[in-house]
Design a binder for this molecule. Structure first.
Ligand SMILES: Cc1ncc(COP(=O)(O)O)c(C=O)c1O
Length: 441
C-alpha cells in the first residue's frame, strides 16, 4: 500500500527556497498553517519539490472533489483548451457554459426551471446571491449566522462572521445584516439541549428577533450554510433548516443556501441541503464544482432570477475551460463518487468514533459523508476548547505526511477527495491517532 514518504526535514531545501521568494513577493495576508509546497499531485497524493510525498485530506480546501488531476477532468480541460479558451459568457454564447447551466438547473432540487449566474469563486457566487436577493425583493435587510464564512469580497464579507481578523480595518461594511446564532448543539448558544429544546434557535428568530429589532417584511434573505464549514464543520439538527425555511417563507424572505463547501457530493448527496429536505430559493456553489478550476455558480428559480440585462456580470465568470471541467466533474460525481463519499465517510466517522473512546480530548466527532470534523477539548466534561492542541496536531500530522486543516476554534477537519479509498481512510486514521497521541504525550 502507498504511504507518505518524508525524505527531508520540512520544508526541504527546494521548498524552502521557494517559500523564501514567496515571503518576499506574495501577499502576506494568506494563512499558511504549515510549509507545504505542492509540485505535482495525483488522486490524494501530493509530491513536493524535494520529493516528499503527502496524503492529502484537505483536497485544496474541499475543492478537488475528483482527486488531484483526475484523468477524465484533465482530458476535458485539454480538449476545451484546444478549441476555445475564452469568449466572455456575459457578452457572447458558447457551448460549455450553456450545457453546464442546463445541467445545474436540473440537478438542484426543484422542477428543472432554474437559471444560473456564473462567477469565478465562492465569494462571487455569494455576492451574486446577495445582489439578486436585493434586486428581487427590493428589501434592504439580511440575516446570516455567527460562525458563517461566505467569502471576502465586501458583500460576502459583510455576511461572514467567522474570524474578526477577516473584518478588521474593513469597516464600514454593508449595513442591515443581522448575525444570529447557528444550531451548534455541542455548544448551544441558548444553553439548552436538543431535542428537548424544541429548536429554541429557530423559535427565537420569530418570537424575539422579529418582534424586537428586525422587521421581517424588510428582510431580503437568510444566508445559511447547510452545514457550517469554516465555522467548525457543524451539522445542525435534522429539522433545523425545515423549521427556519418555514419561518422565512411565512414572511417572503428568500432562503439562500451557501453550498460552496458542503455541496457537489461531498456530504453524500449532490447538495447538502438535500439531507434536510429543503428546496432553497437560491444556491451558491463553487469549490468542488470544477475539480480545481476556478468557477462559482449561483442558481435560482427562473421566477426569482429575473434581473435585467446589465444588472450583474463578470468577464471571466463561467470560463469555457472551467465549465468543461465542471461537466466532467459532475459526470464523475453522478457515476459513483457521491456513493463513495457516503461509504468512505461512514468508515472515517466510525474510525474516529473508535479513537474517541480512548481519547478524552476528542470532544465531538461530527459530519456527513466526507465533511467530517473532530472538535478537540481539554476535558469531555468542561468542553474547554483546545486550539493549541488542534494546531499542534495538524503540524504533527504534516511532519508524518498527512495533510489536515483546522476550522472553527479547535476543530480539525477531514475533507479528502471523493475518490478516497478504504486503505487511504485507514492510513489517515492511523497517522491521525499517532499525531494526536504525540500532542498528549
Ligand atoms: C461556505 C463558503 N462560502 C464561500 C466561501 C468563499 O469561497 P472563495 O474562497 O472561493 O471565495 C467559502 C470558502 O471557504 C466557503 O466555505
Amino acid at each position: 500500500m502507498k504511504k507518505p514518504q518524508i525524505k527531508t526535514a520540512l520544508p526541504g531545501p527546494a521548498a524552502k527556497a521557494l517559500i523564501d521568494v514567496d515571503r518576499k513577493h506574495v501577499s502576506p495576508s494568506y494563512t499558511r498553517g504549515y510549509p507545504l509546497v505542492a509540485e505535482k499531485a495525483k488522486g490524494l497524493w501530493i509530491t513536493d519539490p524535494d520529493g516528499n510525498v503527502f496524503l492529502d485530506f484537505t483536497a485544496g480546501i474541499a475543492v478537488c472533489a475528483t482527486g488531484h488531476c483526475h484523468p477524465r477532468v484533465v482530458a476535458a480541460i485539454k480538449k476545451q483548451a484546444d478549441r476555445l479558451l475564452h469568449m466572455s459568457g456575459t457578452d457572447f454564447y458558447y457551448t460549455s457554459q450553456i450545457r453546464l447551466a442546463e445541467k445545474l438547473a436540473c440537478l438542484v432540487p426543484g422542477d428543472c426551471d432554474s437559471r444560473v449566474y456564473f462567477g469565478n469563486s465562492g465569494a462571487e457566487a455569494v455576492e451574486a446571491a446577495f445582489k439578486l436577493a436585493r434586486w428581487y425583493t427590493k428589501r434592504e435587510l439580511n440575516i446570516a449566522f455567527f460562525g458563517a464564512f461566505h467569502g471576502r469580497t465586501m458583500g460576502a464579507l459583510s455576511l461572514t462572521a467567522s474570524k474578526v481578523i477577516q473584518k478588521k480595518h474593513y469597516n464600514p461594511l454593508i449595513p442591515g445584516i443581522t448575525h444570529i446564532p447557528y444550531a451548534y448543539c455541542y455548544r448551544c448558544p441558548y444553553n439548552v439541549c436538543y431535542p428537548s429544546c424544541g429548536l429554541e434557535c429557530v423559535r427565537w428568530v420569530e418570537e424575539s428577533l422579529f418582534r424586537t429589532t428586525v422587521p421581517p417584511e424588510e428582510v431580503a434573505a437568510i444566508f445559511v450554510e447547510p452545514i457550517q464549514g469554516e465555522g467548525g464543520y457543524i451539522v445542525p439538527p435534522p429539522e433545523f433548516h425545515q423549521r427556519l425555511h418555514a419561518v422565512a417563507k411565512k414572511y417572503g424572505i428568500l432562503y439562500v443556501a451557501d453550498e460552496v463547501q458542503a455541496g457537489m457530493g461531498r456530504t453524500g448527496k449532490m447538495f447538502a441541503m438535500q439531507h434536510f429536505g429543503v428546496t432553497p430559493d437560491i444556491i451558491a456553489l463553487a469549490k468542488g464544482i470544477a475539480s480545481g478550476m476556478p468557477l462559482g455558480a449561483m442558481v435560482a428559480h427562473s421566477d426569482i432570477m429575473v434581473w435585467e440585462a446589465g444588472s450583474h456580470a463578470s468577464t471571466f465568470g463561467g470560463n469555457p475551460v472551467s465549465c468543461s471541467a465542471a461537466l466532467a466533474t459532475i459526470e464523475l460525481l453522478e457515476g459513483g463518487l457521491i456513493r463513495n463519499a457516503t461509504e468512505r465517510g461512514a468508515q472515517l466517522m466510525k474510525g474516529l468514533r473508535d479513537l474517541q473512546q480512548s481519547r478524552e480530548c476528542m470532544g465531538d466527532v461530527r459530519g456527513k459523508g466526507l465533511m467530517v470534523g473532530v472538535e478537540l477539548v481539554r476535558e469531555r466534561n468542561t468542553k474547554q476548547p483546545a486550539p493549541d492542541w488542534r494546531n499542534t496536531l495538524v503540524q504533527n500530522a504534516f511532519k508524518r505526511g498527512l495533510l489536515l486543516l483546522g476550522c472553527g476554534e479547535s476543530t480539525v477537519r477531514f475533507c479528502p477527495a471523493l475518490t478516497v479509498s478504504s486503505d487511504e481512510i485507514d492510513l489517515c486514521l492511523s497517522i491521525f491517532a499517532d499525531a494526536l497521541d504525540e500532542v498528549l504525550a
